[in-house]
Ligand binder design. Structure first.
Ligand SMILES: N[C@@H](CCC(=O)N[C@@H](CS)C(=O)NCC(=O)O)C(=O)O
Length: 210
């Protein structure tokens, strides 16, 4: 099995953190240099036509792109510890929070970052298509992430972890969202004490270094 990675990019990090939580360490990791736009070269696109990382290639050459799909594969392969819910109710809660973190936090953080940074001029969306930057999305993305951090803070006042009472993929995505938002200088506010507590706890997990 081969895992196509870029060390500092947020999406591969989600999958690496998930694998680390499960103690999966027998996957061959191959770096794709996003700094040199290697992901859009013919060699990598023959492996993953969408030109993004992460990608997992199984021993029978099956391609699994999309970080959550990769996590799902490992969850099925190695159910313990469960990171996507233990029963119907938890699975639905994990899915709900995972979607909310992605749609209301993670994607707007991406809008802010990709529409601001000159390095992404003409490449505002990850992948081979050439989309121009839209400066308004920088402002809107920031406002949406700041708003969502307040929602997360409230949630973490009522629940030890994002989705329920155990650590799940929703915590991983929320943690990476906060670190990623930091690249655009969007930080947890001082009054968000629940979020601060949870963030420090998550940062101290060994998987945060994966
Ligand atoms: N929805 C995809 C997104 C993958 C994605 O956007 N990956 C970024 C790195 S975090 C990438 O490959 N960017 C390549 C580019 O900017 O062209 C997933 O979760 O795997």
């Amino acid at each position: 099995m081969k895992f196509y990675d870029f060390r500092t990019a947020p999406n591969p990090r989600r999958a690496r953190m998930f694998m680390a939580e499960k103690g999966i360490n027998d996957v061959e990791i191959i770096q794709v240099d996003l700094g040199n736009v290697e992901q859009l070269g013919n060699e990598y696109r023959a492996i993953n036509p969408s030109g993004t990382v992460p990608a997992l290639v199984l021993d029978d050459d099956t391609l699994i792109a999309e970080s959550v799909a990769i996590c799902r594969y490992f969850e099925e392969l190695q159910p313990l510890p469960p990171l996507m819910g233990r029963n119907a109710k938890e699975k639905a809660q994990v899915e709900m929070w995972q979607r909310q973190v992605e749609l209301q936090g993670y994607l707007p953080a991406g809008d802010t970052f990709r529409n601001h940074n000159k390095r992404f001029a003409g490449r505002a969306i990850a992948g081979p298509e050439k989309y121009e930057q839209i400066p308004e999305l920088v402002v809107r993305g920031r406002a949406r992430v700041e708003h969502f951090l307040g929602i997360l803070d409230q949630r973490l006042g009522a629940s030890e972890f994002v989705a329920n009472d155990v650590f799940t993929i929703a915590d991983i995505t929320a943690f990476i969202l906060i670190e990623f938002a930091g690249w655009s200088k969007i930080a947890i506010q001082e009054e968000h004490t629940n979020l601060q507590r949870w963030y420090q706890d998550t940062k101290s997990r060994p998987s945060a270094d994966a």
